[in-house]
Structures are given as structure tokens and as C-alpha cells.
Design a protein around this ligand. Structure first.
Ligand SMILES: [Cu+2]
Length: 323
């Protein structure tokens, strides 16, 4: 009885079992998609954040198409494996002789060499295309920002905008202030970056871009200048250091504030004046607060919080709530 059942199960139900596995897998994917509440657009980003620059969109589309191509290759491979495992098992009555051997089949070998070469060449071509676009630096960008990274904070200067003392307007992050990098939307921005000490990395997830910040970039033969076409929407975006640079690397945050060009011009104007309330030049936060444009003009960070980097402290530091 047992034998008969097993024999029938093996011979007759392999196809049914394969179908059941496929249905279960399909159901699993459907349930995962429905229960996570992901939109199609979100799924197609495959985990990447939503970009806010044309460069970010170009990189994200490359990622989406490359992942879909990989999934298609994966589905064919997994399908071939499942088919082999399901329908080519050892059968009752097999006498132990190996199955028909098909190696050294020249046409198949050629196909298996040429097809992956074409896939890699196409991926390479698209990657070079996008990389060339992301790396373009045009002369005379609308806005220039000088970025200085140090253990463990950032300073952002506006070399084309003099402050009260005639030096460029600049914003310095400290243990109790997150530096606010105020930028205009819809304008071409150039970043020039250097480090005062070790290697850091400038990273704004919504730009989908990071670049190492080197000490002495010229001596190190590094291209420390890069540009974005524009920021496409207003908002606050956390910026991070993405290169392990010491004890407080993970706290080395800044906050991008993208505001409309008109607000940006007013902000720069304020920063070139003294704040009557303090008798000192407007800080980045004070000037934003004076613009009074809602959340995006909050005078202090609200997407991240400052953190003391005092190395003489011997106890864990409580995060300072965003103020
Ligand atoms: Cu760093």
C-alpha cells in the first residue's frame, strides 16, 4: 500500500506539487506587497530613497532597470533549477547509471558565453552613461558652496556672498547646533569639499549621492568638485558623513534646507546683516526663522539632533531633542 502510494506520488504528482509551490510563492509575494502597503513606485525603487535631483532620478532609474534585469535572469535561473529538482529526481527502478551527459556541447557553450557578455556590456554602457551625466561640471553654476568636514562636524561657506565682516557667509556645526545647509531649489549648485583631518564623506540620501571628503584633495589628486542640476522640491533633508572617521562618525549630521530661490535670496540678504535682536550677524537659523515660511524655515534642525562630541565625558550622552 505504502509503496503504491509513494510510486504514484512520485510519478503522478510532481507536476501538481510544482504548481502548488508556484501558487504558494505567488501568494507570498502578493501578501508581502499588500501588507507592506507599498506603492508600485515604491516597489520599483527597490529600497532606495526618493531622489530630489535630476541626477538622483537618473541613478535611481539605472538601479531600477538593473534590478529588474537581474530579477529576470534570476527567475529564469531559479525556474531552471526548480524544474530540474522537481522533474528529474531519481526514480523508482533507476539502475544507478548516470543520466545522459551533455557537456562539451559547443553551441550551448557559445550561447552561455555570449549572452552574459552582452548583459554585462549593456549594463556597463548604461552605467557609464549615467556616471558621465552625474560627473558633469559646467562653468558658472548659479550657487557655489564650500564644504569643510572635520571630526565631527561640518562648515558650509558661500564664497560668492560676503558677510558683514567681508568674509564669505558661513555656517558652522557644533556639539549643540546642527549646521543648516540652506540651498535654493531650481538652481544649479556646485559643491567644493575638503577635510581638515581624516577622510569623511558628504552624503545626502535624497541626492542619492555621496563623495569622499579628502584632506588636501589637490595633493591627493581627488576631484573634490561636483554639481547638481537643481533641487526639485522644498524640504529638509538629513545629511550624513558616510565614511567611518572616528568615535562620533555616526553623529556627524547636517540638515539641508531647500527653499525657493526668492526665499534663498532673502536669507542670504539677512545673513549679510546684523540681527537687531542680538547685535551680531544673523546665524543660519535666525535668518531662516525671520523668513517665517513654516516648517522648512524652522531655526533649528528637526530631522536630526545635535550630539556632544566632548571626548572627556565619561558617561553616555542623552541625545539633545531637536529644538
Ligand atoms: Cu566624518
Amino acid at each position: 500500500m505504502g509503496r503504491t502510494w509513494r510510486g504514484r506520488y512520485r510519478r503522478g504528482s510532481g507536476r501538481a506539487r510544482g504548481g502548488r509551490v508556484a501558487r504558494l510563492a505567488g501568494l507570498g509575494v502578493l501578501v508581502a506587497l499588500l501588507t507592506t502597503g507599498c506603492s508600485v513606485e515604491e516597489v520599483l525603487r527597490f529600497g532606495w530613497p526618493e531622489g530630489v535631483t535630476p541626477q538622483a532620478t537618473a541613478m535611481r532609474e539605472l538601479w531600477t532597470y538593473a534590478t529588474i534585469a537581474a530579477l529576470v535572469v534570476g527567475a529564469i535561473t531559479w525556474g531552471a533549477m526548480a524544474w530540474t529538482v522537481t522533474f528529474h529526481r531519481k526514480r523508482k527502478g533507476d539502475d544507478g547509471t548516470p543520466p545522459r551527459q551533455t557537456q562539451y556541447n559547443l553551441p550551448v557553450e557559445i550561447v552561455f558565453t555570449v549572452v552574459p557578455t552582452i548583459i554585462v556590456a549593456v549594463l556597463f554602457g548604461f552605467t557609464v552613461n549615467v556616471q558621465n551625466y552625474v560627473d558633469v561640471d559646467v562653468p558658472d553654476p548659479d550657487v557655489r558652496i564650500d564644504t569643510l568636514a572635520f571630526q565631527w562636524n561640518w562648515q558650509f561657506s558661500y564664497p560668492d556672498a560676503p558677510a558683514v565682516d567681508g568674509k564669505p557667509i558661513s555656517t558652522l556645526g557644533t556639539s549643540d547646533t546642527i549646521p543648516l545647509l540652506v540651498l535654493p531649489t531650481e538652481r544649479r549648485i556646485q559643491f567644493t569639499q575638503r577635510s581638515n583631518d581624516v577622510i569623511h564623506s558628504f552624503f545626502v540620501p535624497e541626492f542619492l549621492f555621496k563623495r569622499d571628503v579628502f584632506p588636501m584633495p589637490e595633493a591627493n589628486n581627488q576631484d573634490n568638485v561636483w554639481q547638481i542640476d537643481r533641487i526639485e522640491r522644498e524640504g529638509a533633508f538629513v545629511g550624513r558623513c558616510a565614511e567611518l572617521c572616528g568615535s562620533y562618525h555616526s553623529q556627524m549630521n547636517f540638515e539641508v534646507r531647500a527653499v525657493s530661490p526668492a526665499l534663498y535670496d532673502r536669507w542670504l540678504g539677512l545673513r549679510a546683516q546684523d540681527n537687531p535682536a542680538t547685535g551680531a550677524p544673523y546665524t543660519a537659523g535666525e535668518a531662516l526663522g525671520a523668513l517665517d515660511c513654516g516648517e522648512v524655515c524652522s531655526p533649528t534642525s528637526y530631522k536630526t539632533y545635535p550630539f556632544s562630541t566632548d571626548r572627556t565625558k565619561r558617561s553616555a550622552t542623552e541625545p539633545v531633542a531637536a529644538r
